[in-house]
Design a binder for this molecule. Structure first.
Ligand code: 9WN
Length: 426
């Protein structure tokens, strides 16, 4: 049983209580009800939260995720440790035939960055650290084989869920090419937990399910998915996060004296940097998605555009253009960072990844600015994140215009980002 330190009071105490309430022993759930299983990138952020309460519990969070790694190296986006009828699509709908049951796609690889942070703070070392590092390397290599666009080096996603930014407007055009006319009847569960105005539409869900059925039709053969999926879109979010994760992994491998691993990582990192470059959309002056099947590019700035700094690849004119976008958006929104450009007609203040601000993305964007020495922009994001929680509590996401808390309540990754980053004391 984790004891909450006496020093944590107010919102910090609440954050710790949320992490305890969402703790299922070896893993955490993002929130009760809406998301009753272990999610991949949520767990990496959760580990950072637990690290302020109990280092051992933080490491176990990552180890339980690592335990679900597929033989091909993929770490899946959901691990269904125990049955729960409250979420759809559950294990039967995915049909991946794994133990424990999992989904058949992946999610943004924050894992190695979390391992590094725990290692830097002395919370994991020795054989345990080596195993986590090896897991991360196999997963990163999997991205190189099963998700890298050969032509550009960009990392593509075969499902919007794989990006973690499910209903981003960038997916609208590529998704329109996915035929959902034959999709089997299904019952959504999310709308029993959260108002429909904050969630993806039925049309989007039909296409999400058509892609799940496609994955099943190829037996979740990940290389076939890359070659044949009707949806394969280069994503600046996953690409940037992987670039940063590779850098963290290289440092860890160096610390372990594994020169061969460092060499392999460096080889992959070069291709990834070229891939991120290929995701630059000259028309809007920002990183955006690239539809690898259809050829089109994402039509506006998204929160992930700013992850060019996090990846350490935005330089010169690109950096200047991103900074100008940042300042424009900062003038429009009381609370940064909206997931989608507020000047776009597709902006929707409440709907999930089409407008709302998310603390985890803020954390990564701010880390990028800090990395570049841009303390002012990093501070604006952190101050806004702190205000969102101070005023609204620990929700899944928030309106960037009013700060209204939205989506699921008592949310693990928001509580974790408070403890690890946004609160005054850290
Ligand atoms: C599908 C758990 C997850 C996050 C994603 C977020 C949302 C799931 C859903 O919740 O996605 O994976 O059913 O809406 O978009 O980023 O990991 O918090």
């Amino acid at each position: 049983m984790i004891a909450i330190p006496e020093t944590l009071t107010g919102r910090s105490r609440e954050a710790a209580e949320i992490l305890l309430a969402n703790d299922r022993g070896e893993f955490s759930v993002p929130t009760r009800g809406l998301y009753p299983f272990q999610w991949n990138w949520d767990s990496a952020f959760a580990a950072l939260g637990y690290s302020h309460l109990d280092g051992e519990r933080a490491v176990r969070e990552l180890e339980s995720l690592a335990g679900a790694q597929w033989p091909d190296g993929m770490i899946p986006h959901i691990v269904f440790h125990r049955p729960d009828p409250g979420y759809f699509p559950g294990p039967e709908a995915w049909g991946t035939d794994r133990t424990p049951p999992t989904s058949g796609i992946s999610q943004p690889p924050v894992f190695a960055t979390a391992v590094r942070r725990l290692a830097d703070r002395g919370l994991v070392s020795g054989e345990r650290l080596r195993r986590l590092v090896e897991t991360a390397e196999r997963w990163h290599a999997w991205f190189g084989e099963a998700r890298m666009d050969e032509a550009t080096g960009a990392i593509g996603v075969v499902h919007p869920w794989e990006s973690g930014r499910d209903n981003l407007p960038d997916w609208d055009v590529p998704l329109s090419a996915v035929d959902a006319s034959g999709v089997k009847p299904y019952q959504r569960r999310d709308l029993g937990h959260v108002d429909a105005s904050m969630r993806p539409t039925k049309d989007q869900y039909d296409r999400f399910m058509a892609l799940v059925e496609f994955g099943q039709s190829v037996g979740w053969d990940q290389k076939r998915l890359k070659a044949e999926s009707p949806f394969f879109v280069g994503d600046p979010g996953v690409t940037a996060i992987l670039i940063r994760a590779e850098r963290d992994l290289a440092d860890l491998a160096e610390g372990l004296g594994d020169a061969e691993m460092v060499k392999r990582i460096r080889g992959r990192a070069e291709r990834l940097a070229a891939g991120m470059d290929a995701l630059w959309n000259e028309e809007i002056g920002a990183y955006a998605t690239l539809d690898i099947r259809g050829g089109g590019r994402g039509p506006a700035v998204s929160a992930a555009s700013f992850l060019g700094f996090y990846a350490g690849v935005a330089r010169g004119a690109k950096a200047a253009s991103l900074n100008a976008h940042f300042d424009r958006i900062a003038g429009r929104c009381r609370y940064l960072m909206p997931s989608w450009d507020p000047d776009s007609p597709l902006f929707d203040e409440k709907r999930y990844w089409r407008g709302p601000a998310w603390l985890v993305v803020n954390r990564l964007i701010a880390a990028g600015f800090a990395w570049e020495g841009d303390e002012a922009r990093a501070k604006r994001i952190r101050d806004d994140s702190r205000a969102l929680v101070a005023e609204g509590g620990f929700y899944e996401y928030y309106s960037p215009l009013t700060g209204a808390p939205l989506g699921g309540a008592d949310f693990t990754w928001t509580a974790a980002m408070w403890l690890d980053w946004a609160r005054e004391e850290v």
